[in-house]
Design a protein around this ligand. Structure first.
Ligand code: UDP
Length: 220
C-alpha cells in the first residue's frame, strides 16, 4: 500500500481535488494508493486530518512534524510519498519512483550546486568546499520506515534551528538538501517529477508544479 502525504491549509485547499483526481488517473496505476491530507478545510481525501493553519512558512517548514504526528499509522504503508499540494499529475508516474529513499533533482539547478544553506549556525549548513547536488522539496518519499526516519532527523534539525532563532534559507528544502548530501538517496528522479508548469525542459512532464501567485497564496 502506498500513502500520498498532502498538506493544504489556508488558501491551498483549492489545489486538493484537482491533484487527487489527477493522481487517481496517473499515480502508480495498479497499486493501492491512499491519500492522507492535513487540512483546516472541508475537503476530501482517503484520510483527512484536521490541521490548524499557520502563517507561511510554518505550513511547509513544519511539514515533517506534521507527518510524524501520524507516524504509527504511516508505518503501516509500504511506501510514502509527500508532494506539494499545488501540483498536478499529467502523465503516468509508475514504479520507477519506488525506492528506499527517493528525491528529485531541482529543475532550476541541474548540474549546479544550487542554493544550499551556507551559514554554519544552521543545522542545514553545507560547506562551500563540498560538492553537492540540489534537490527539490516538492516531491520526496521512499520505503515508509526509511522515509519516516528521515522526517524524524529533519524535524529535529528544524527544531534545533528554531531554538537558535535561525530559519534556513529555503526552509524545509535546505534541511532536506543537507540530509540528502550526507545520506545519499538510493533513487534520484529527474525534474519530470517537479516540472514547473510554464517551463520548457527536455524532460517528460509527469508531476507539474503549478504556477501560482506566491504572495497572494501565502497571505492570510
Ligand atoms: N502549504 C499550505 N499552506 C500554506 C502554505 C504552504 O498548506 O499556506 C503547503 C502546501 O502543501 C504547499 C507546500 O506547503 O504546496 C509548500 O509551500 P509553498 O507552495 O509556499 O512552497 P513553494 O514550493 O512555492 O516554495
Amino acid at each position: 500500500m502506498i500513502g500520498v502525504l498532502l498538506i493544504a491549509t489556508g488558501k491551498y485547499d483549492v489545489f486538493v481535488q484537482p491533484l487527487i483526481q489527477s493522481l487517481k488517473r496517473h499515480f502508480l496505476p495498479g497499486y493501492q494508493v491512499k491519500t492522507i491530507l492535513w487540512t483546516d478545510k472541508e475537503t476530501q481525501a482517503d484520510l483527512c486530518l484536521h490541521h490548524k493553519h499557520e502563517p507561511w512558512p510554518a505550513p511547509t517548514l513544519n511539514r515533517y512534524k506534521t507527518i510524524l504526528s501520524q507516524r504509527e499509522l504511516l508505518e503501516q504503508f509500504d511506501y510514502l510519498f509527500y508532494m506539494d499540494v499545488d501540483m498536478l499529475a499529467v502523465d503516468t508516474i509508475g514504479d520507477e519512483i519506488l525506492g528506499d529513499l527517493v528525491a528529485v533533482q531541482h529543475p532550476g539547478f541541474i548540474g549546479k550546486v544550487g542554493t544550499p544553506e551556507r551559514r554554519s549556525r544552521s543545522a542545514a549548513y553545507i560547506p562551500r568546499r563540498e560538492k553537492s547536488v540540489y534537490y527539490a522539496g516538492g516531491f520526496q518519499g521512499g520505503r515508509s520506515r526509511r522515509y519516516l526516519d528521515m522526517c524524524h532527523t529533519l524535524h529535529n534539525q528544524i527544531e534545533s534551528d528554531r531554538q537558535k532563532g535561525i530559519t534556513a534559507i529555503w526552509h524545509d528544502e535546505s534541511h532536506l538538501n543537507h540530509y540528502l548530501h550526507y545520506n545519499k538517496p538510493g533513487k534520484v528522479l529527474s525534474p519530470s517529477y517537479c516540472y514547473p508548469e510554464s517551463w520548457e525542459m527536455p524532460y517528460v512532464k509527469r508531476l507539474v508544479a503549478l504556477d501560482k501567485d506566491h504572495a497572494e497564496m501565502r497571505c492570510g
